[in-house]
Ligand binder design. Sequence first.
Ligand SMILES: Nc1ncnc2c1ncn2[C@@H]1O[C@H](COP(=O)(O)OP(=O)(O)O)[C@@H](O)[C@H]1O
Ligand SMILES: [Mg+2]
Length: 375
Amino acid sequence: MADLKLNKVIKRFGDVQTIHGVDLDIKHGEFVVFVGPSGCGKSTLLRMIAGLETISDGEVIIDGLTVNDVSPSDRGIAMVFQSYALYPHMTVKENMSFGLRLAKKPKEEIEQRVAEAARVLKLEHLLDRLPKQLSGGQRQRVAIGRTIVRNPKVFLFDEPLSNLDAELRVQMRVEISKLHEQLGNTMIYVTHDQVEAMTMADKIVVLRDGRVEQVGAPLELYHNPVNQFVAGFIGSPRMNFLNAKVLQMDGNKVSLELTGGEQFSMTLDRPVSVGDVLLMGIRPEHLEVDTSGDVNISLKVDVVEALGGTTFAYTQYAGEDQVVVVTDGSHIIPRGKTITASFNLEHVHLFDTNTATSLLQQQKAPVVAKILSAA
Ligand SMILES: Nc1ncnc2c1ncn2[C@@H]1O[C@H](COP(=O)(O)OP(=O)(O)O)[C@@H](O)[C@H]1O
Ligand SMILES: [Mg+2]
């Protein structure tokens, strides 16, 4: 078992506070991803859990025990870094067994644990090689193997795939997910890449400037972002934002007008004032290049990227910021022309312009639309 709890965790480097009271509950066996832009505090938070950074205030609790003053090696945690940090003069096997040999574990047990880790990571045929005789992906697997042999309660990964090329990253992403399925351990994985977060996590923690913005399952964050930051960070290409002026307010029902004059009504979770300008969010994949939706808008097409399966169109709407449309690759979108696109109100997000928080009930959108049946 390895439940993990962060209780108002704060980090100060000298006078500068970089982590501002993070609360978090991680259950045994969960795959949790910390995601956020560079410098938001992901590594610092992970290193505090590992015991590599002191905790300025608050508590880190593992299985009910506060570990603030417990040394890293006694926390039952193992960490994989972006730089693999393998010993260059040791073979794969020696690298993987090093920690166990240092801990004076019985020889037989070391053999057995290394063999098991090598089997899980498909490294059996590479055990006698030196790191320089391995590819980047293989080195990363050895680094992971070195942590598996220690049989930790919690695995921590700090951007472990950043040094790999795009194809290998996708492959390793799948391998780490499979590994989690096989081992069933608690894993915390840090990345700035929202695609990694979406594809790997049971639970995503979105961080910004040392604060938690939102915690939730990937599709919860996609459908119900609590604020503009999460809405813009999760999803690729990012959500489009348009200005929407409040024409009328009747209870919590609001009539809105976009810059191009299009009008529609929505129900908010709190009242706003007539004349306010709200921020409307609509994802590129929720704009259809036809008039099938509830609201039609005219878009001037600047650039078209036809990728085959999908086509991206970068467009301008009524002099506002760029609006991106993603359509099926079978559509031909003419560059330089004006097209009509439409969207359904169920896909619209609305944010308060001042606080950037969502104005919609958070249970609004369906999290799972349909479950495909297995053949
Ligand atoms: N040892 C340190 N001394 C002072 N500031 C630090 C130190 N380590 C990290 N920071 C600062 O803390 C913030 C968070 O850094 P970090 O956790 O590395 O971010 P991330 O991993 O999300 O990119 C940054 O502003 C960084 O400059
Ligand atoms: Mg980092």
